[in-house]
Ligand binder design. Structure first.
Ligand code: URA
Length: 230
């Protein structure tokens, strides 16, 4: 990136004012005055304007405890969106990595980093997502076996990939899937003759919804959580 572009991106100055600041000697590069606006800035350079250091804003990564009734979209004219739950200063440039239905609660990841979110949503990567599923009917062991083997869904040509299941109670299970088909969990449960009454996403890969976050609350991901998606 050119020096004038770097100044305009990281300070309140316009590109024109950045050029003026550079030519008047207000900008230092690695401690030395630099008066050439076209100078290339590498990622390890230290740039100051009037002796104040400037830095490029990095990518941002958040987890949100999505409440029911909120849509996984950046804008919606009829319903509150996940982005509406965030302060304006934070939501700039964020998109959702792996949507949830409006009535599904739980872990929603948001980021500015398109390559990172692609690794979560791409069918090729097969990032596992775990849901707590509450059902209207008791789930027989046979249904769990069918889900684990892979099951034909209405209107889909291929069966689902093998899932992992864990029984919590007669009408509640944990289900881990590594695909992201449309309404996948609800359709899988319909395929074994049941009906989902509540759906809650617990984790994506090793990123688990923070139990300290009440519905509607969010926090930044830790470095380890971000790096876990590779
Ligand atoms: N599967 C569904 O059916 N709904 C969701 O929100 C997520 C997975």
């Amino acid at each position: 990136m050119r020096l004038d572009q770097f100044i305009a991106t990281t300070s309140a100055l316009s590109r024109k004012d950045a050029k003026r600041a550079i030519s008047s000697g207000r900008v230092r590069l690695d401690g030395h005055p630099c008066r050439a606006a076209a100078t290339h800035i590498n990622s390890s350079a230290t740039v100051t304007l009037d002796n104040a250091p400037l830095a490029l804003e990095g990518e941002r990564y958040l987890m949100l405890h999505k409440p029911a009734g909120v849509v996984s979209a950046t804008t919606d004219s009829d319903h509150p969106t996940a982005l509406d739950l965030l302060p304006a200063s934070i939501k700039r440039g964020l998109h959702i990595a792996g949507r949830l239905d409006a009535d599904t609660t739980g872990l929603l990841l948001l980021t500015t980093d398109g390559q990172w979110s692609h690794r979560i949503t791409s069918p090729r990567v097969q990032c596992p997502k775990t849901y707590r599923v509450t059902l209207s009917e008791m789930v027989p062991d046979l249904a769990l076996q069918q889900l684990e083997q892979g099951i034909a869904l209405r209107n889909d040509t291929r069966p689902t990939k093998p899932a992992m299941t864990r029984r919590i109670s007669d009408c509640e299970i944990e289900l881990t899937i590594s695909e992201g088909r449309y309404h996948q969990v609800k359709r899988m449960m319909a395929a074994v003759g049941n009906h989902v009454t509540a759906l809650h996403r617990l984790s994506i890969g090793v990123i688990t919804l923070d139990t300290k976050l009440p519905p509607g609350a969010f926090r930044e991901l830790t470095r380890a959580e971000v790096d876990s998606v590779s």
